[in-house]
Design a protein around this ligand. Structure first.
Ligand code: TPP
Ligand code: MG
Length: 1001
């Protein structure tokens, strides 16, 4: 019998092109063998055969366009292999149960036969009922706390009897707050429903309009559609804005629900229609950013959240930092809350759950997470075979959070009340998310048949309900009363952070165009039919014509809705989100504080890390700066020589120190203190970075200018937390990042994964990150002081990345007049006169500057070459300046070209340039275009490895001998010196010409 293979359901796509035909007539194929490849403008997909058989005729060719149902090929003699049907378990069979019982202290075995069991889990329902009745009786007569006490006693007893107790991480799949304890929203639901409808409409309209203009622009409708109630209840009743009397709650919005926030701001009159029309068109002024980006909308957005997982992490550390400021007496305790809205898919990010332990440990009851569980992420269900809500409940409960599940809406209350046998809850428990998703993608009848229909008793329970009634059974996250009740409880919770886990529907109200279907996330275009449906679904008062024009809807300012909306916000203090700052600046400390570092250290050797730590110690003597410093360390204080801070300023610990530290006798004993200043983060670079962001944005979030200084192994900086470094930049964080133990040959013994040869390049990509690689104490001091001035006195929205080293050496006196050069990125450090045989400009940065100095000595003395040594404090800053000047010159071709700073330094100098650093060559190569002379760079390209500094520098060829040889060779290359000079030097210094290039080793 012949069968045909046709195109299956390919979603919304029609007339899709066949780009490959993978079979030919006569081919024998198996079930699921691919037949053709289809390609739409988004993706390509193979169509598998549903049958086994032999192709008798191919009906299509490459280039043909097909849609669902188009025949691709016919098969002869095909056989349909029957899928095995799942075996249905028979229920309520009498069971024989082997039981162990304790009798007179002895274990005896006896057999019990029960005539009727409700399930295999319950062998004696009557006994079960007796226990339940007892519990009920205690609750009614003696109250819930007595009942709780008895249960705890029973559990303790069970443990001491050695019983294996059921896993109690999760509670049944129902709301945590029982209907009887719900607190109903005091709001006018009629008006709130209308407001929500208009916000929904405008949020969708702005995305559709943008994509109509240009499909490149993108956007999301389904996310906010699922979360609208979660936001509205917060906005109408809970979230307090910053005023001159109150600091304001801080809200982290889920990144791609941004259209909903704009749509509300539009109703509030804060955003114009013109702006809505510029959603995602940010290049010209007045556009609205795709996601929350404070850099792009600095008066609106407070927190960048769209890179998933960073929001929750930053919110936790924000809540912690708020308590830190309060405990240190820098902020009033006003009961402010930090709210963080998340997607359920986002909870898969390690960062999302990575810091929840800290939140519980530090009793952050100022923190509320709201996880919008619409059961879907981008491609499909978050947990098709499981239950994300239960999984999250278990994880948060395990971590010690207060968990509030908001699963079912009020329409379910009556059904649950009638569910005397617990069968409804059992059914709720046993359905998996894939089924729950399908229920809301289908119909009331489908829910009746497939949810209630599984048990006759449940079918009976809803027998007097129409399919429409069943469809109306809502989910908790769409019920304003349930959400209100959860928020009401959360804000009153003491001693623990709270997570509200709310069940919703992705694309709620979008109907066939995208409600609860797997493609909802990408839906950004709605056609006329979809838009009319959406309008009708939420009763938006727009005519068909207005809908077809995708007009926005905003009732007049005198309408009840707008008055109500504004009144709600007025009562809560004003606008949210809104970014403002009223922080007082910090006066830059006097030069005297830095004086020590400007003079030679003589024979005394120290590392730049030590210099920095000393400088911080000095700064702690400045009354303006001292209280604002926030030293942040991820378990490396001793590595950086910072243990002295433990006693001096204490380690922040919200409960103080409950123990006598083991080293209490010692000077720098481990001192934890409620008002401690050091944030000792433990081993979490992401956590430390989040603290640093909280500290560096306190000027806007708390109106207190702080100076966070985060010290870390430079290899575990930008590379490890690069995404947070971007979030910091976006947030306009002000503060210092110190990449300690930096460089590939400076951190000698730690080896490959510790030796950093590229962090400066990563830093250079961040536009408002100012970075330096200083060598000497005075450079560090000049740079640090300038950083304090620029960021904390002049309020520039930049942050500093400064590398520091752990190599000890002596430091010279600051050359007169070098300050400006130090800050711009290079200055003439010293001239080594030879015999004028040739001239070389030698550029060095970080620790390798010292090798450059040594090689200049050799070159001048032994080879008669005149060398000028330039200390390059920042190839990155030089590059930025060079790019800008070059661009300006190119844009003004008729004007006299301006000189980049590099050129200003070098244009009058003679000779070629040789540059070296402890970083890969690309770092110094950045200035190559601006040097305008022959330029040779040396660097540490290749894998790091553990050895002595001397051997490492030889290996990477950045030691003085290699620099001498390469300089001579380069001079020969430029025909400024005879090549035999270089040849001789190669022999003299035993340079192995056959050695393999370090990147290949
Ligand atoms: C770090 C990161 N990875 C991937 C993405 C791309 N992305 C945007 S939304 C999304 C799905 C989110 O699902 P969920 O968190 O459940 O949110 P929902 O839209 O369902 O509310 C993904 C993968 C991102 N924004 N950030
Ligand atoms: Mg989701």
């Amino acid at each position: 019998m012949a069968k045909s293979i046709s195109v299956p359901d390919i979603g919304d796509f029609k007339d899709v092109e066949i780009v490959e035909v993978l079979v030919k007539s006569g081919d024998k194929i198996k079930k699921n063998d691919p037949i053709v490849t289809l390609e739409s403008d988004k993706s390509s997909v193979e169509v598998p055969s549903p049958f086994e058989g032999k192709i008798s005729e191919l009906k299509v060719k490459i280039g043909d366009r097909v849609s669902q149902g188009s025949i691709l090929a016919t098969l002869e003699g095909g056989e349909v292999k029957e899928e095995k049907k799942p075996v249905v378990e028979k229920k309520n069979k009498p069971q024989k149960v082997q039981e162990e019982e304790r009798s007179n202290g002895q274990i005896v075995k006896r057999e019990k036969v029960y005539a009727q069991t409700i399930s295999k889990d319950d062998i004696d329902p009557i006994e079960t009922q007796e226990w339940l009745d007892s519990l009920k009786g205690v609750v009614e007569n003696d109250g819930p706390s007595r009942a709780g006490y008895l249960i705890k006693k029973i559990i303790d007893e069970a443990y001491s009897e050695g019983l294996t107790l059921p896993d109690t991480r999760t509670t049944p799949y129902i709301n945590t707050i029982p209907a009887s304890a719900d607190v109903r929203s005091p709001g006018d639901q009629n008006i709130e429903r209308k407001i929500r409808a208009y916000i929904r409409w405008n949020a969708a309209a702005m995305v559709v309009r943008a994509n109509k203009k240009n499909p490149e622009l993108g956007g999301h409708i389904g996310t906010f559609a699922s979360a609208a109630t979660l936001y509205d209840v917060g906005m109408n009743h809970f979230w307090r804005a910053k005023t001159n009397k109150f600091g304001g709650d801080l809200i982290y919005f889920q990144g791609h629900s941004a259209p909903g926030m704009y749509a509300r701001a539009f109703l509030e009159g804060r955003i114009t229609e013109k702006q809505l029309d510029k959603f995602r068109q940010e290049v010209d002024p007045g556009g609205l950013s795709s996601y929350p980006h404070p850099w792009l909308m600095p008066r609106f957005w407070q927190f960048p959240t769209v890179s998933m997982g960073l929001g929750p992490m930053m919110a936790i550390y924000q809540a912690r930092f708020t308590k830190y400021l309060i405990n240190r007496g820098l902020l009033k305790d006003e009961g402010r809350k930090i709210w963080c809205h998340l997607g359920d898919g986002e909870m898969d990010e390690p960062e999302s759950l990575g810091a929840i332990g800290l939140a519980a440990r530090e009793k952050l009851d100022n923190l509320i997470f709201v996880v919008n569980c619409n059961l879907q992420r981008l491609d499909g269900p978050v947990r098709g075979n499981g239950k994300i809500i239960q999984e999250l409940e278990g994880r948060f409960r395990g971590a010690g959070w207060n968990v509030i599940k908001v699963i079912w809406g009020s329409y379910w209350d009556q059904l649950l009340a009638k569910d005397k046998t617990g069968l409804l809850v059992k059914r709720m428990n046993e359905c998996v998310d894939g089924e729950y998703q399908a229920f809301k993608a289908k119909s009331g009848k489908y829910v009746r048949d497939n949810f209630f229909g599984k048990y006759p008793e449940l079918k009976e329970l809803v027998s007097n309900m129409t399919d429409a009634d069943i469809w109306r059974l809502n989910r908790g996250g769409h019920d304003p009363h349930k959400v209100y009740s959860a928020y009401h409880t959360a804000v009153r919770n003491i001693g623990k952070p709270t997570v509200i886990i709310a069940k919703t529907i992705k694309g709620y109200g979008m109907g066939e165009s995208g409600e609860s279907i797997n493609t909802t996330h990408q839906q950004k275009k709605l056609d006329e039919k979809d838009l009319l449906y959406y309008r009708d679904r939420f009763n938006v008062p727009l005519t068909d014509k207005q809908v077809k024009n995708i007009e926005y809807y905003r009732p007049s300012d005198s309408s009840k809705e707008i008055k109500y909306l504004k009144n709600c916000r007025m009562k809560l203090g004003g606008n949210i989100p809104e970014r403002t700052t009223f922080a007082k600046t910090i006066k830059t400390p006097p030069l005297s504080i830095f004086e020590n570092f400007m003079k030679s250290t003589g024979d005394k050797e120290m590392s730049t890390t030590m210099v920095l730590v000393r400088m911080l110690a000095n700064l702690l003597r400045d009354k303006n700066v001292a209280p604002r410093l926030v030293p942040i360390i991820p378990d490396e204080a001793r590595t950086f020589g910072m243990e002295g801070f433990f006693q001096k300023i204490g380690i922040y610990a919200h409960e103080g120190q409950k123990y006598e530290p083991v080293d209490s006798e010692q000077l720098s004993s481990y001192r934890e203190d409620k008002s401690g200043q050091v944030l000792q983060e433990g081993i979490t670079e992401a956590g430390a970075m989040s603290s640093w962001i909280a500290g560096g944005t306190a000027y806007t979030n708390h109106d207190v200018e702080m100076i966070p200084i985060y010290l870390f192994y430079s290899m575990f900086g930008f590379q490890r937390i690069g995404d947070l470094a971007w979030a910091a930049a976006d947030s306009q964080t002000r503060g210092f990042l110190i990449g300690a133990t930096s460089g590939k040959t400076t951190l000698a013994g730690e080896g490959l994964q510790h030796q950093d040869g590229h962090s400066h390049l990563l830093a250079s990509a961040i536009p408002n990150c100012v970075s330096y690689d200083p060598t000497f104490a005075y450079e560090m001091a000049v740079i640090f002081r300038d950083g304090l001035k620029r960021m904390h006195e002049k309020r520039e929205n930049i942050y500093y990345y400064i590398t520091a080293m752990n190599e000890n050496y002596s430091h010279p006196t600051k050359p007169a007049g070098s300050d400006q050069g130090i800050l711009k990125g290079m200055y003439l450090f010293k001239e080594f006169k030879g015999k004028g045989k040739a001239k070389v400009q030698m550029l060095g940065s970080g620790t390798i500057l010292r090798e450059i100095i040594k090689s200049a000595e050799i070159l001048s003395k032994d080879y008669g070459i005149d060398c000028k040594v330039w200390s390059v404090t920042s190839f990155n800053e030089l590059k930025k300046d060079g790019m800008e000047v070059e661009r300006k010159n190119l844009l003004n071709p008729s004007e006299k070209p301006k000189k980049s700073y590099v050129e200003t330094c070098l244009h009058k100098e003679e000779g070629m340039v040789i540059a070296a650093s402890d970083y890969i060559r690309s770092y110094s190569d950045q200035i190559r275009p601006f040097v305008k002379k022959p330029f040779y760079s040396l660097g540490t390209d290749g894998f790091g490895r553990s050895d002595t500094r001397e051997k490492l520098r030889k290996f990477f060829e950045v030691d003085k001998k290699h620099i001498v040889v390469y300089t001579l060779s380069a001079l020969a290359n430029e025909q400024l010196l005879e090549s035999k000079q270089a040849e001789k030097a190669i022999k003299k210094y035993n340079i192995d010409q056959e050695k393999i290039f370090p990147t290949k080793l």
